[in-house]
Write a protein that binds this ligand. Structure first.
Ligand code: ADP
Ligand code: MG
Length: 504
């Protein structure tokens, strides 16, 4: 029996299984690498290959290689059409990655895998979570649970340490930044708060450096390479910049040698220069971390430890800056690249135990980790309401930080006395202008409303968030009895699931 946890990172995917001692271990891919780059290349414009091979091919044919697609997961945009006219979305790409990793694990253990826990960023929107489930399904895996990445790292840490602690998980990966404040007490692991930036990771640090190199190249050679005219230059540059950044984590200086159209530049870079180019990005993560601690109702003096997770925390500036704002020396007791994946495998073992099964490896029953994990929502959910003056706002029904799973209800008046229809727009986000600061994620339409001459709070809205943090919404007219329930289904737009008339 294989208990599988997958950390499908923006830049690198990792797989972990519970071994015969009950501990999570990373499963190497068929090349023997501990991670597989999240990259797909279409050989002959048709056959997908993944990982290191895809990146290598991409150096020659950049138009056929795809990376960072996790950032647009859930969108219906076609990212690639192969020579046979087959169209691929980011969800299809994610599915190709999941299938490749699944096959590597199956080959390694000579056994089939059918269930999995997959990690997702804490602030991943619902349609992206749904896309993750769909991608796994298409790859032949049933998702037992989606686990927030920092929570997964926290679980790995808590199971390893077995001490009552209040700690911060700071996860700076390739594409996203997540921070969670967590507390452990006996067997219970509680997420007090989770927040993050959906588009902030090591890749963005690379972009700052890339820009500086292009500027230097232009200065040296009087020509500015552009993405559409010089795709090979940029493909090469992104690889060289990645290597330079990694070198600067252990060395105080390095250089990038790059050519384009027969001209060449040698660009020296010091760690100090790199840190000043990327200062704004780091500051953003620190502000976010301070905010997470505050929103958890804690101050730094309540925090015992900071756990650093994600490959990008290897940049020395991260550790120094975290120590500066917190007064705590952060640490990487568990390899920063592995903690999330370990937590996913442990969670998968716990899911197995929950369903009453025993994990058997080599004919022996394996002890599964015992913990009760309580997660919270990383964003609020409300609905769009109009004030008398016509201004719109988000009436938050389910505030950010609510423990999962949960159900919340609120009641509203109709705007006009003669109104016979109500359209309730479901908003993801906190208070603020719905058009600027919230995401519209669905609509409940209540029709045939009997006219009522005295205004009452007759429209009842209910939101239900499941264990994966995904929403179901319903609306009821308490006067006429009209009832509509919807599941947020992003692939086909919002789907009306059931409409029924009840007596009031
Ligand atoms: P994700 O899970 O988002 O794919 P990872 O946690 O695997 O991300 O981290 C990948 C990121 O970490 C990449 O942006 C990579 O450049 C960066 N990274 C890895 N090692 C180092 C290092 N030694 N120094 C700086 N950045 C690093
Ligand atoms: Mg990650």
């Amino acid at each position: 029996m294989i208990v599988l946890g997958l950390d499908m990172g923006t830049t690198r995917c990792k797989a972990s299984c519970i071994d015969a001692t009950g501990q999570p271990q990373i499963v190497a891919n068929r090349r023997g690498d501990l991670y597989t780059p999240s990259a797909i290349f279409f050989e002959d414009g048709r056959k997908p290959i993944v990982g290191v091979e895809a990146l290598a091919e991409g150096l020659l044919q950049p138009e056929h290689v795809h990376t960072c697609f996790k950032r647009v997961l859930g969108s219906s945009d076609v990212l690639y059409t192969d020579v046979d006219g087959k169209a691929y979305t980011a969800t299809d790409f994610q599915s190709i990655m999941i299938r490749a990793i699944k096959e590597d694990v199956e080959q390694r253990f000579n056994e089939e895998v059918d269930e999995v826990v997959i990690t997702v960023p804490a602030n991943f929107q619902d349609h992206k979570k749904q896309a993750t489930i769909d991608a796994a399904q298409a790859a032949g895996l049933t998702v037992k649970k989606l686990l927030h990445e920092p929570t997964a790292a926290g679980i790995a840490y808590a199971l390893d340490k077995k001490q009552d602690r209040c700690f911060v998980v700071y996860d700076l990966g390739g594409g996203t930044f997540d921070v969670s404040v967590m507390q452990t007490q006996g067997d219970s692991i509680t997420v007090l708060n989770s927040t993050g930036r959906e588009r902030l990771g090591g890749e963005d640090f690379n972009l700052c450096l890339e820009q500086a190199v292009v500027e230097q190249f232009a200065k040296d050679n009087g020509y500015t390479p552009t993405m559409d005219k010089d795709p090979l230059f940029f493909q090469e540059l992104s690889e060289k910049v990645e290597n330079a950044k990694i070198a600067l984590s252990t060395k105080s200086q390095t250089r990038i040698v790059i050519g384009c159209r027969g001209q060449q530049s040698i660009v020296p870079i010091t760690r100090d220069q790199f840190e000043s180019l990327t200062k704004v990005l780091l500051k953003d993560t620190l502000d976010c971390t301070n905010q997470a601690v505050k929103e958890a109702g804690k101050s730094w003096s309540d925090i015992d430890t900071i756990i650093m997770v994600g490959g990008a925390v290897r940049m020395p500036a991260v550790q120094t800056a975290l120590a500066d704002i917190s007064g705590i020396v952060p640490h990487c007791d568990i390899e920063p690249d592995r903690a999330v994946c370990y937590g996913a495998a442990s969670q998968c073992a716990m899911e197995l135990a929950k369903s009453g099964k025993t994990l058997m490896i080599g004919g022996r029953a394996i002890p599964t980790p015992k913990a009760f994990v309580q997660e919270v929502t990383a964003y609020g959910v409300g609905c769009c309401v109009a004030a008398k003056d016509g201004s719109l706002s988000n009436a938050v029904i389910l505030p950010k930080g609510t423990a999962l799973p949960t159900t919340r209800t609120d009641r509203f008046c109709l705007l006009h006395e003669s109104q016979t229809e109500a359209r309730i727009e479901i908003l993801q986000g906190q208070e603020g202008n719905p058009r600027d600061e919230c995401l519209s994620i669905g609509e409940i339409v209540l029709a045939n409303l009997p006219v009522e001459h005295q205004k009452t709070k007759r429209i009842e809205i209910q939101y239900e968030l499941d264990n994966n943090g995904m929403i179901r919404a319903s609306g009821r007219d308490l006067v006429g009895g009209e009832y509509v329930e919807i599941a947020i289904d992003y692939c086909q737009g919002t789907k009306q699931q059931s409409t029924s008339q009840h007596a009031a």
